[in-house]
Design a protein around this ligand. Structure first.
Ligand SMILES: *Cc1c(COP(=O)(O)O)cnc(C)c1O
Length: 418
């Protein structure tokens, strides 16, 4: 059979796995335990000599079906699913890194990932935060004990785009694990495997689930990294071929031992949501470009951060690497324009911290998600006190433009009358 497209493959994957009764959705399996008629089979499952289920913390058929969907979307070899995106990141890093190791991370980073890397530092893992929009800075940070490089595709909230391809080349040359958080682009817009990523993170909570009704996260091994060159693999996980050693260790040390397991109900919601990922994302990207252009021309706005604008510093890179420019954008307001007044004047756009939802969501960044980081670090990340972040949804474009026009006009009039 010829290889089918992204959406076709995804929406038919459960059915083609020959499920009971010909159901079109993988069933929600709630059982925590699995019984075996032959106890020797149970032992073989525990010893990894045959595939099968032993306990719900490690594996569940509903979750397996979702993992397979993500593996297929990312064109990888295996995926581990977790309760949240943060559980995927934290569990994987703790499973792979040891005290004395060095991690290089983009300085433009999701706030909670940034906070977690701070925790790694207290555990004796060195972390260098660098401006990853230029590979030169990553190269300058290399140390003999560097094990892993972590970047995001489009950084939240200022939308910097890492030098993804050049960093991939660097990792290949130095046999470093290259972990790319693909949450903001999703596998519909970008395949990190194409820039030599070893591991790909997706917060399923965002675009893949897409409806803000379930949490989940995954880490996918692209199959490109030779784990026999990674010094931290435990001997007991070196049973099969080296390509699967990394994901095996993540599943054992990260998922089984740390227990951030994705539940079957959430997995079902996320799997259903994923069916419309390309449709939602195309629409959201088109809306985002329209809103970005509108804001760019509005006197209440001094700056628009959106990769689809020709003025964005990495616009050419985004055009080359991604199928579209995403639906995340942020704006800086003119002096005197109050960011809270803008948000409160909006009717369709919701003040909320999530992103990747079908609905357009907005948040005043410095006062909320990046508050804990402090003014100095915020400034180094280009986050001003008036910065507003928007995750543009799939509403009708004319309604969004009307809402932005009304809110920006109202706040500007308020500023003028001060
Ligand atoms: C939201 C997010 C995460 C964390 O995902 P959760 O599912 O909320 O834990 C990680 N990385 C990025 C880029 C995100 O936007």
């Amino acid at each position: 059979m010829s290889k089918k497209g992204f959406t076709t493959t995804n929406i038919h994957s459960d059915r083609l796995d020959k499920p009971e009764h010909g159901v079109l959705h993988k069933a929600i399996h709630t059982s925590v335990a699995y019984g075996y008629d032959d106890a020797r089979e149970l032992a073989a499952v525990f010893q990894g000599k045959r595939s099968g289920y032993n306990y719900g913390r490690q594996l569940n058929p509903t979750v397996t079906a979702l993992q397979n969907k993500i593996t297929s979307m990312e064109q990888g070899i295996a995926t581990a699913a977790f309760a949240t995106g943060m559980a995927a990141i934290a569990s994987s890093m703790l499973a792979l890194l040891r005290a004395g190791d060095h991690l290089i991370s983009s300085a433009f980073l999701f706030g909670n990932t940034n906070s977690f890397f701070g925790t790694l530092q207290t555990l004796g893992i060195e972390v260098s935060f660098v401006d990853a929009t230029d590979v030169k800075n990553v190269k300058a940070a290399l140390q003999p004990n560097t094990r892993l490089i972590f970047v995001e595709t489009i950084a939240n909230p200022v939308t910097q785009i890492a030098d993804l391809a050049a960093i991939g080349d660097l990792c290949r040359q130095h046999d470093l694990v290259y972990c790319v958080d693909n949450t903001m682009t999703s596998p519909h817009l970008f395949l990190p495997k194409a820039v030599s990523a070893s591991l790909v993170v997706n917060s399923l909570t965002k675009y893949i689930g897409g409806h803000g009704n379930a949490l989940g996260g995954t880490i996918t091994d692209t199959g490109l990294f030779d784990w026999s060159k990674f010094p931290n693999i435990y001997d007991s996980y070196k049973v099969q071929e080296p390509s699967v050693w990394g994901i095996t260790q993540i599943k054992k040390k990260g998922l089984r031992d740390m227990g951030g397991t994705l539940g079957p109900e959430a997995a079902h919601h996320l799997a259903v949501g994923s069916e419309t990922l390309p449709l939602r994302m195309d629409r959201a990207c088109a809306n985002a470009l329209a809103v970005a252009r509108f804001c760019d021309a509005h006197p209440a706005v001094t700056r628009v951060n959106y990769p689809g604008l020709e003025t964005h510093p990495q616009h050419a890179r985004a055009r080359e690497l991604f199928c579209d420019f995403g639906s995340l954008m942020s704006i800086d307001l003119a002096p005197g324009v109050d960011c809270f007044e803008v948000l409160n004047a909006m009717e369709t756009v919701v003040s909320s911290s999530n992103l990747g939802d079908t609905r357009t969501l907005a948040i005043p960044v410095a006062h909320t998600i990046f508050h804990e980081m402090g003014a100095e670090r915020r400034e180094s990340m280009g986050i001003s006190d008036s910065l507003l972040r928007f995750s543009i949804g799939i509403e009708d474009e004319s309604d969004l433009l009307a809402d932005f026009a009304h809110a920006l006009d109202t706040a500007l009039a308020g500023a003028a009358s001060l």
